[in-house]
Design a protein around this ligand. Structure first.
Ligand code: WQD
Length: 336
């Protein structure tokens, strides 16, 4: 298929582009580069062995999306575009609603106008109102969430469902990501957060690289085996393979699946895995809990296996090794 990746220059999109090409699909990227680098597309092209066309522009611009769909004779869209920083969404809710809802609606409208019927959406495990262990897709989803970012994802899920009710030809997949981590095994592409990373794995990577002084562990008094928060860390290449499996399984209607491993790792597990990869201890301290954090969030990945024939195959150690290789080779990310 010829697949348009909106937001395809970002962390998950760039890895998905490579895996799609490995599966004989063709890829076009639309990205406004507001939180991504064209260098990621150049490197992904090199890794994939083919030039990936990059259109620099806004997925919220319906006419532009329509032109790209028509000019490249696109068969399917994977919609990654959007803002993704949880803390920032609390400070800038209107921007998050405008950008995330606006780009999803504009992309779906442009698809309808151009007769493109295949749509894969980047959702998030944050749509579950009550995080916990082994969350299945029928767990409660709604707007009673900790932050506007999560609400944008829950609303877009509802929009996709409504669009599907109105157009029975629409073939959609909603993918609820757990915690994407790691990097391409080459170490040439990876996660390149701007400023101080909010998320655990890139933060630890920067501590290991000497860019940050020490990791602050947000609470060690949770009701978990070691007292620190437990998450389902999924290697970004496993996640990318999940997108290809979802694309190839599309059928009329909306299929909603978790993309996670089913295993939990604690903050201390991540720290220890990093220390093993780096070969020394990393400075850290225990501080207060971060507001809004759950004790545990892991996926029940059964449905993805049943419906997509997909499951994650890479371990937390694999992800940490790959994240460290990327960080070591590119201490300043794509700026190097
Ligand atoms: C993981 C664990 C922290 C940083 C968020 C979003 C989610 C998704 C991924 C999307 C928790 C602890 C973290 C640090 C720490 N986003 N931690 N010190 O909160 O599970 O998920 O990012 O685009 O939607 O909610 O991920 O990596 O921030 O935290 O101790 O410096 O690490 O308390 O237990 P989270 P995270």
């Amino acid at each position: 298929m010829r697949v348009l990746l909106t937001g395809g220059a970002g962390f998950i999109g760039s890895h998905t582009a490579i895996v799609l090409i490995e599966h004989e699909h063709e890829v076009v990227i639309l990205d406004d580069l507001s939180n991504a680098s064209d260098e990621a597309v150049r490197r992904a092209s090199r890794l994939a062995g083919t030039e990936i066309p990059l259109v620099v522009g806004d997925a919220g611009d319906r006419e532009l999306v329509g032109r790209v769909l028509a000019e490249h004779r696109i068969d399917a869209v994977i919609h990654f575009a959007g803002r993704k920083a949880v803390g920032e969404s609390v400070a800038k809710p209107l921007e998050y609603y405008r950008v995330n809802l606006g780009s999803a609606i504009a992309t779906l409208e442009a698809m309808a106008e151009q007769g493109v019927e295949r749509f894969v959406f980047s959702s998030s495990a944050t749509v579950y109102e009550r995080p916990g262990p082994l969350l299945a897709e029928d767990a409660q989803v709604g707007l009673d969430l900790e932050n506007p970012y999560g609400r944008t994802k829950a609303i877009i899920e509802a929009i996709v469902t409504d669009a599907s009710m109105a157009n029975s030809a629409l073939q959609a997949a909603v993918l609820r990501y757990f915690n994407p981590v790691g990097a391409h095994a080459s170490g040439n592409i990876g996660e390149d957060p701007k400023g101080i990373p909010n998320n655990l794995m890139p933060f630890v990577a920067q501590v290991a690289a000497g860019v940050r002084e020490r990791l602050r562990i947000f609470g060690d008094d949770y009701d978990t085996p070691d007292g620190t928060g437990v998450r389902d860390y999924i290697h970004v290449v496993d996640l990318a393979e999940g997108h290809v499996a979802a694309l190839e399984a599309l059928a009329p209607g909306v299929l909603t699946v978790n993309l996670g491993t089913g295993s939990g790792g604690s903050v201390l597990d991540v720290l220890r895995a990093f220390e093993a990869a780096v070969g020394r201890e990393l400075p850290h301290e225990i501080v207060a809990r971060r507001p809004g954090d759950a004790a545990i969030s892991t996926a029940d990945p059964t449905l993805a296996h049943e419906r997509l024939g997909w499951r994650a195959t890479r371990s937390l150690d694999d992800a940490v090794r790959d994240a460290w290789r990327w960080q070591r080779q590119n201490p300043r990310g794509y700026a190097d």
